[in-house]
Design a binder for this molecule. Structure first.
Ligand SMILES: [Zn+2]
Length: 348
């Protein structure tokens, strides 16, 4: 679908280096340093990647997703090292950094809506998709992508928002934020069984939101071919029927074959195809509007390969063909067993 190389705005927020969950923690500042070096190096020099400053989120913007009581619990960690749960820790600046991570995601969304950029990639930390409206979880403090989805709906005029999450772990927080909301389609591919244990295909949302949560649990070892078929075949068709006004992507690079915390086998080529399919869907459905947000990814090589491929695909530097044909003939991995569930809500 992409005809020429187009600029992709990059929001790499240096403020996000100031969150440090402690020695030996996987979600370390070094993750972002790796990506800043990638942006400055030779590898991506051929791509137009204008960089923009981030901003702080306002409390009102955050409170569209999180509860006042939870925000207060987070606010009082200012200046302190606090263990919020077994693997989610704060350092003295973490509250402010979390407000930056959320705010820079909003700034990217605003840039895409203003037409400043066709697409944007937001490189921030801590990640967000495990954070639920009323609690932190799994390295995550504020749910950046959920806050952005609400911003699109409530401030930018979007009628329907799609959030697609390719992190190895299920985004329980994003799912919880939109469980009964028919205007936000949440689609997650994730390794199962794996932390946090949610994300069964039978979890489809409730009330008016029924059928607006699509979980695609996958056994370990799924790789480029399965992800290509699932994103080009199944997920592209779901998006075409939902017709979102913008696509937000939780970019979890812990599906990389080198990741220490998960067991998937995605390489550079797989990331190229995942993001390429999503960009094709955005071009077809919503004037190209797509914002990717960094979630997980804990190997240096996996982050470098994943983000390089993401930016190549976002700029349209590669052509990705949709593997059309009957879904049952595509290598859909474990998703093939769940097609009857998805067909209760979508004509696929
Ligand atoms: Zn993850």
């Amino acid at each position: 679908m992409s005809q020429s190389i187009q600029p992709t705005a990059v929001f790499a927020d240096l403020e996000c280096l100031r969150h440090d969950p402690g020695p030996g923690h996987h979600e370390a500042p070094a993750r972002l340093i790796t990506l800043l070096r990638l942006l400055q190096g030779q590898r991506l020099r051929h791509l137009p990647l204008p960089q923009f400053p981030g901003r702080l989120a306002t409390e009102a913007e955050v409170l569209r997703v999180h509860t006042e009581a939870y925000l207060q619990r987070l606010r009082v960690t200012r200046g302190l090292n606090v263990r919020l749960d077994a693997d989610t820790h704060t350092s003295p600046d973490s509250y402010d950094v979390a407000m930056h991570a959320a705010g820079s995601t909003l700034a990217a969304l605003e840039a895409v809506y203003a037409g400043t950029a066709r697409r944007a990639l937001v490189l921030v930390r801590p990640p967000g998709h495990h954070a639920e409206p009323d609690r932190p979880m799994g390295f995550c403090l504020l749910n950046n992508v959920a806050i952005a989805a609400q911003h699109a709906r409530q401030a930018l005029g979007a009628q329907r928002v799609a959030v697609v999450d390719f992190d190895a772990h299920h985004g329980n927080g994003t799912q919880a934020a939109f469980w009964t909301d028919p205007t936000v389609l949440y689609i997650s591919t994730h390794q199962a069984p794996l932390y946090p244990g949610t994300g069964a295909a039978t979890e489809v949302g409730e009330g008016a939101g029924r059928g607006r949560t699509i979980n695609i649990p996958l056994a370990a070892e799924h790789g480029d071919a399965e992800y290509d078929a699932i994103y080009g075949g199944l997920i592209s068709r779901l998006l075409e029927q939902f017709r979102p006004d913008v696509i937000l992507v939780s970019c979890g690079y812990d599906i990389a074959s080198t990741d220490p915390l998960a067991g998937m086998s995605v390489t550079y080529e797989g990331f190229l195809r995942i993001v390429g399919h999503l960009c094709n869907a955005a071009d077809l459905l919503c004037r190209g509007r797509l914002v990717g947000v960094l979630e997980g990814g804990y190997s240096i090589a996996g982050l470098e390969e994943g983000v390089a491929a993401t930016l190549e695909a976002m700029c349209g530097a590669v052509q990705v063909e949709d593997p059309r044909g009957p879904l049952v003939r595509l290598p859909l991995g474990d998703a093939a067993r769940h097609l009857h569930i998805y067909r209760d809500y979508f004509d696929i």
